[in-house]
Design a binder for this molecule. Structure first.
Ligand code: 6PG
Length: 245
């Protein structure tokens, strides 16, 4: 069987962790600067997880008009704000405190009613983020990761969330050991002006390849939503994640 792969977007495969962080900061910084030239305020949405931590730390030293940046969170785990698994907590530590950005809109998954919290977050996005055709919000920059099972944001394989095109923010029920979450929905992720995907390590290779394959199953690999992205996509990965040895 012949499998055709096409990388949607620009691929930057870096040789080591240092150049991965440097390239990621460069690309995110450039996308933010370009957006700041066009708009008074910009809206960016940041993922959690471990991969972006050193990137956010380095990004915090970039000379940027941080006072014109609104920061949203791509997804959040239903844990207390100060839990070490909190995405908001990590982003606060690595980026918000050093840059002193205060215009921040967390997904409040620490609240007891996640459906309510999702609706509130949706209303915040409606108020704060500019929209385009179809009244869909347009984030200037979205930073996404990818899980070795093929998830992105908190859109997990074989769960209905990846097919939800009606909502902007979803309550994602807990499953097995995984806690419940809030997540931006595919409609809003796909409509970003710029998506930067960050991934390192050989264990991500299979999932990345499944996104690069021209045909495939969205339910099995929700990160395939990247193939529907309206704007630009840049993959900043290391050679191991790209299967490049
Ligand atoms: C999260 C995320 C998630 C993440 C991937 C990759 O909160 O877990 O936002 O979608 O990007 O799971 O995570 P790592 O960078 O930790 O591998």
């Amino acid at each position: 069987m012949i499998i055709t792969k096409v990388v949607p977007g620009l691929l930057i495969a870096t040789p080591d962790q240092e150049s991965f962080v440097e390239s990621a900061v460069q690309r995110i910084g450039k996308a933010m600067r370009d957006a700041l030239m066009k708009n008074d305020r910009i809206a960016i949405a940041l993922s959690g997880g471990e991969t972006p931590r050193p990137v956010y730390r380095a990004l915090s030293s970039e000379v940027l008009a941080w006072s014109r940046v609104d920061i949203h969170i791509v997804d959040e785990r239903a844990v207390p704000k100060d839990d070490k698994r909190s995405n908001y907590g990590m982003i606060r530590e690595e980026l918000l405190e050093p840059t002193k950005v205060t215009s921040v809109f967390p997904l409040e998954a620490w609240k007891p009613n996640l459906e309510e919290a999702a609706k509130e977050a949706e209303a915040t996005i409606r108020k704060k983020v500019r929209t385009g055709p179809g009244n869909v919000p347009i984030f200037d920059v979205v930073v996404l990761g990818i899980g070795d099972d093929g998830h992105t944001a908190s859109l997990f394989p074989n769960e209905p969330t990846v097919h939800d095109e009606a909502r902007l923010v979803l309550a994602v029920p807990a499953k097995a050991a995984r806690e419940a979450r809030l997540s931006l929905a595919r409609t809003v992720l796909e409509n970003a002006d710029n998506i930067i995907v960050l991934a390192t390590g050989a264990k991500k290779q299979g999932a990345i390849e499944r996104v690069w394959e021209v045909t495939g199953d969205l339910s099995a690999t929700p990160a395939r939503i990247l193939r529907n992205a309206r704007g630009g996509i840049t993959w900043v990965i290391d050679r191991a994640a790209g299967g490049l040895g």
